[in-house]
Each structure stands twice: as structure tokens, then as C-alpha cells.
Design a binder for this molecule. Structure first.
Ligand code: SF4
Ligand code: SF4
Length: 365
């Protein structure tokens, strides 16, 4: 029997009678709706932001749309820098404060519900998922890298995360503030938009390669390269809610493990502790046995058969509601306390936005 360090406790298995699940699992339908609503929200923010940038690029001779601060959710490094600034000084940063609130919301989600952000909200995660599903349709299957290649590749995202944590950790609060106030820091969001609008050949080839690899290998970007996901994965280790398997109800069919996009041996574990688990609930949806697999809090008492029901399961609707509560709660709090928008005179943007492409990172000047 295979074992995995740090990913759970393997149990002996044997032939058992299947007690079929009575209710239909709706987790994947609900998750898809949530995923596409979040993609739509990001699309809406993207259009508004594009119009805002266009206004300044046309020297004010275009439709004016207020800057949507929500685009700062795409600035996780700014979110990390501003979080450190806030923790060091107790003051909410003036530049890109929304990046910090969104970063905090996504970290809180990971702390409570594993990497639910990745499987339920992140547009990159959604696109990755649809790419491997498309790849499976086209090629008939997805590839699973052998363990000797998979493990070191999974380490790449932690190396990238380590680099950012080291670089930001070494900066003082004054240096962080100073960086954000540089022309580069002020229009970091515009530079990000321009990266996608004016893609060079190298970027195009790199993205094309990532798309191809994402079609071949499930969640290639998330699994191997995303430093944001790595941080959420580490945070998620402390999550009290986990995928838990009831060995008595389980019939050892292995459907959960075969369905898991993170390639986790769910059928051999009592609980899935892995930093790779994204709370997607695909394994739960695949399980045919009543109460065998659930996304739940630990049982309050020893799980003797009569008390198994006592486990407090977090169903897909409850998860959606709590994720929405955290997300909108922090956004509304930031708005209500006037800490959502970057307050900057229009003249500054009029000067900087059209020149964003020429601005270089202060460390490279
Ligand atoms: S299928 Fe289950 S174990 Fe695998 S990542 Fe999704 S929730 Fe976690
Ligand atoms: S899908 Fe997994 S948890 Fe469910 S019965 Fe089969 S092996 Fe057990």
C-alpha cells in the first residue's frame, strides 16, 4: 500500500457493502456557477479598467470611467508588500490599499477552507481547469508526471514564493512606502494591463507553451508555478476543514483518487492534509458511498459509528456563502472606512498612464 508523508494516514482496506448515496451531489454545478460569476466579475473590472486607462491615454478625450480598485486583486505582490507595511506600522497604505484587503480576504479563505480560492474563485484556476478538461477531450487523457519529476517541479512555486518573501521581508516600512510611491509603483496595474495588451513574441510563446502544458497536465500553472497558490497552500495546512474519509462507509473503489486533479491518494487517507488540496470537492462528487467522503470539520468526539453523522460537513452552498461573506465583507469594510481607493490627483495619472510602458522597476534604474 502506498503512503505519503504529511498527506494523511493510510488505512487498511477490505471488501465492504456499498450503501449508495441518497442525495445527488451538486457541488460541481455550484462550483462552476461561482467560478464563472467570478470570471464575469473580473471581466467587468477589466473592461472598466481598460476604459479608465484609455481616458488618460487619449488625454481626457474619451469616456471617463472611475478606476475600479478591484483590479488590484491582480497585484498579489503589492498585496503582500502592503500587508507587511500594515503589520509593521499599523497604518493602511495609501497606494493600492485594495490589493491588501483582497490579499487578506484570500488568505483568510485559505486559512479556513484549504485553497478554496484556487478552485472556486481564481480566474486563472478556472481557465486552467477548463484547459485540462479540453486537453482530455482532445488527447483522450491527461498526463501524470512521474514522482521524481513531479516533486521537484512542485518545489518551483515555493522557490518563487521564497524569493518574493525574502525580497519583501528585507524591505523596511519606509522602503515599501517609497516603492509604492514611485511612478512604477503607482501604475503597476497599468503595466500589468499593458503586458497583456502589447505582448511581445517571448511572452506570446511562453503563454502558448503554458496553455499547451495546461491542456496536457492538470492545473500545470497552479501545481508547479503559482507562488500565490504556494502561499495559500502553506496557509491551508492550518485549515480545520478538510476532506475526510470515513473508512467504515468507504468501499475502497478508488473513484475519489482517480478523480482528484491534484493527484492525491484520497482513497488511502483518513483526511487530506496536503497543501495541494484546493477544496474543489471533485472527489466528494465522484464518491458513490453514503457519508464516505466529506469536506468537514473534525468530529467533536471520537468517531464511533453512532456519532459519525455528528461530523459538521461544509456543503457547497455553505462554502459559497462563507466565501462570499469574507470577500464582500472585507471589500465593504474597506469602502466604508475609505481605504478602498488609491486617492491620487488626475494630473498624476494624466502624466504617468500614457508613459507606463517606459517606466522601469526602481531597482533596475
Ligand atoms: S479532489 Fe478532493 S482531495 Fe483532490 S484537490 Fe479536490 S477536494 Fe482536494
Ligand atoms: S470514492 Fe473514495 S471515499 Fe468514496 S467509496 Fe470510493 S474509495 Fe471510498
Amino acid at each position: 500500500m502506498g503512503t505519503l508523508v504529511n498527506e494523511g494516514v493510510p488505512l487498511d482496506t477490505g471488501k465492504k457493502t456499498l450503501i449508495r448515496r441518497s442525495a445527488q451531489d451538486r457541488s460541481q454545478r455550484i462550483r462552476r456557477i461561482v467560478q464563472w460569476l467570478f470570471v464575469a466579475l473580473n471581466g467587468w473590472l477589466g473592461v472598466q479598467f481598460f476604459l479608465w486607462v484609455r481616458y488618460y491615454e487619449h488625454s481626457g478625450n474619451a469616456l471617463y470611467v472611475p478606476r475600479p480598485a478591484g483590479v488590484e486583486g491582480w497585484l498579489p505582490i503589492a498585496g503582500l508588500m502592503n500587508s507587511k507595511y500594515f503589520l509593521s506600522t499599523g497604518q493602511v497604505p495609501q497606494i493600492h490599499p485594495a490589493a491588501m484587503f483582497l490579499f487578506a480576504a484570500f488568505m483568510l479563505m485559505s486559512l479556513l477552507f484549504k485553497k478554496a480560492f484556487c478552485a472556486w474563485l481564481c480566474p486563472v484556476g478556472t481557465i486552467s481547469e477548463y484547459l485540462w478538461k479540453l486537453g482530455r477531450k482532445i488527447f483522450g487523457r491527461n498526463l501524470h508526471l512521474p514522482r521524481w519529476a513531479d516533486l521537484p517541479l512542485r518545489g518551483l512555486k515555493y522557490l518563487l514564493l521564497g524569493f518574493f518573501l525574502f525580497a519583501i521581508g528585507a524591505m523596511s516600512a519606509e522602503a515599501l512606502d517609497g516603492f509604492m510611491e514611485t511612478p512604477y509603483g503607482l501604475v503597476a496595474d497599468v503595466k500589468m494591463l499593458n503586458f497583456f495588451r502589447h505582448m511581445g513574441q517571448t511572452a506570446l510563446v511562453t503563454i502558448g507553451l503554458l496553455v499547451l502544458l495546461s491542456m496536457l497536465i492538470q492545473n500545470f500553472w497552479c501545481r508547479y508555478l503559482c507562488p500565490y497558490g504556494a502561499l495559500m497552500g502553506i496557509t491551508s495546512l492550518f485549515s480545520p476543514v478538510k476532506i475526510r474519509r470515513d473508512a467504515d462507509a468507504c468501499i475502497d473503489c478508488g473513484k475519489c483518487a482517480r478523480a482528484c486533479p491534484a493527484n492525491l491518494p484520497v482513497d488511502k487517507l483518513v483526511q487530506v492534509r496536503s497543501a495541494e488540496c484546493s477544496a474543489c470537492m471533485i472527489c466528494v462528487a465522484a464518491c458513490p458511498a453514503q457519508d464516505a467522503l466529506q469536506f468537514s470539520l473534525p468530529p467533536r468526539r471520537a468517531a464511533v459509528p453512532a456519532q459519525r453523522w455528528y461530523r459538521r460537513t461544509v456543503g457547497p452552498l455553505a462554502l459559497t456563502a462563507i466565501l462570499a461573506y469574507i470577500f464582500f465583507g472585507l471589500v465593504l469594510y474597506a469602502r466604508a472606512t475609505n481605504h478602498w481607493q488609491t486617492i491620487m490627483p488626475q494630473s498624476v495619472y494624466m502624466h504617468l498612464v500614457p508613459r507606463a510602458d517606459q517606466l522601469t522597476h526602481p531597482g533596475m534604474e
